[in-house]
Design a protein around this ligand. Structure first.
Ligand code: B12
Length: 270
């Protein structure tokens, strides 16, 4: 038995087989990672925590902005929790729909949405005691105002790169803030990653939405620091041709669909 296992054991990479650490970047970048609604508020983001550690280890400054907490404070923790964990959210996608007006304008009207998903009225009333007019107000007024506040309150000019992480219902919130940031801070390089950008989804977003400078498909532990190193060396980072496996931009989204390589050294991700 021990003899049969031997080839398998030999194939497992050992510490000495690990790739050499990346050389230090040509300059240190200032990186902001953002955790948008509707990420849960009772736990930190494992994505931002891991990526912050690898970005710092690669020689850059890195802050994490928990804007999900800020939004929960804005609308009340109970309403936030209720909406982020609302039953059948995968059917009516209420979290995505609420931020969609700020991101894309009127794509699906309230009346059409409420007609398609009649359960939303009951669920919202149970959660807040409020009417559909109030839900409409949240979508049309509260959320766009809150996003404009996020653009003002954080000193985005102090960053070279902003990275949005998106899993579950974080997509339209991330895209909406990113779009507003592009208008106010056109030189801020925007990078998107997370389960919502995996595979073909990432390629589609990168090729369609012009404010997404780079999309990382797959794990970011290796690809993100490599991308940052190339951005640090580039004269015009937002339009640089970054040749990193798993990193897509509008310029090469159609041609590159490989996921980013996974780290082989868990000791570097902590
Ligand atoms: C643990 C887990 C859960 C846990 C905890 C979830 C939580 N709220 O944190 C539980 C059991 C609660 C859960 C529930 C659900 N889950 Co779940 N879950 C997972 C699982 C197994 C691991 C997620 C994780 O923490 N990974 C570890 C982190 C570090 O990895 P990561 O998120 O991929 O991040 C890396 C990259 O994406 C990238 N990256 C991420 N952000 C960024 C940002 C930038 C700028 C860059 C450059 C890179 C980058 O780098 C990161 C580090 O390598 C994944 C499958 C998987 N193998 O990933 C499914 C997964 C996330 N779940 C999924 C689903 C569908 C669900 C449910 C809806 C299932 C259901 N029907 O109820 C619920 C929803 C719960 C909710 N709304 O919170 C889907 C999400 C699809 C999507 N597009 O968002 C996944 C991807 C599984 C799948 N393939 O379908 N889940």
């Amino acid at each position: 038995m021990a003899i049969e296992l031997l080839p398998l054991v030999a194939a497992v990479p050992r510490a000495t087989d690990q790739p050499e650490p990346e050389p230090p970047p040509t300059r240190s970048l200032r990186v902001a990672l953002v955790n948008m609604p509707w990420a849960r508020v009772d736990a930190p983001s494992i994505q931002c925590g891991l990526l912050q550690s690898v970005v710092r280890a690669a020689g850059h400054r890195c802050d994490v902005h928990y804007l999900n907490l800020d939004f929960a404070a804005e609308i009340g923790a109970q309403t936030y929790d209720g909406l982020s964990g609302i039953p059948s959210e995968r059917l009516h996608l209420i979290g995505e729909w609420l931020f969609s007006y700020a991101a894309f304008g009127e794509v699906l009207t309230e009346s059409a949405y409420y007609q398609d998903f009649p359960e939303v009225e009951k669920q919202w009333a149970k959660l807040t005691g409020g009417s559909l007019d109030e839900l409409t107000g949240l979508r049309r007024d509260t959320i766009p105002d809150w996003l404009r506040g996020c653009v003002r309150r954080v000193d985005w000019a102090d960053y070279d790169v902003v990275g949005f992480t998106s899993t579950f219902l974080q997509n339209t919130a991330s895209l909406a803030l990113g779009r507003m940031l592009r208008a106010e801070h056109p030189d801020l390089v925007q990078v998107y990653g997370g389960a919502n950008f995996d595979g073909a989804m990432g390629a589609e977003y990168a090729g369609t939405l012009p404010w997404l400078d780079y999309v990382v498909t797959g794990e970011g532990d290796v690809a993100f620091p490599r991308l940052l190193a190339q951005l640090a060396a580039a004269e015009h980072p937002a339009v640089a041709h970054c040749r990193v496996p798993g990193v897509l931009s509008a310029r090469d989204a159609a041609t590159q669909t490989r996921d980013a390589p996974r780290t082989q050294d868990l000791g570097r991700v902590s």
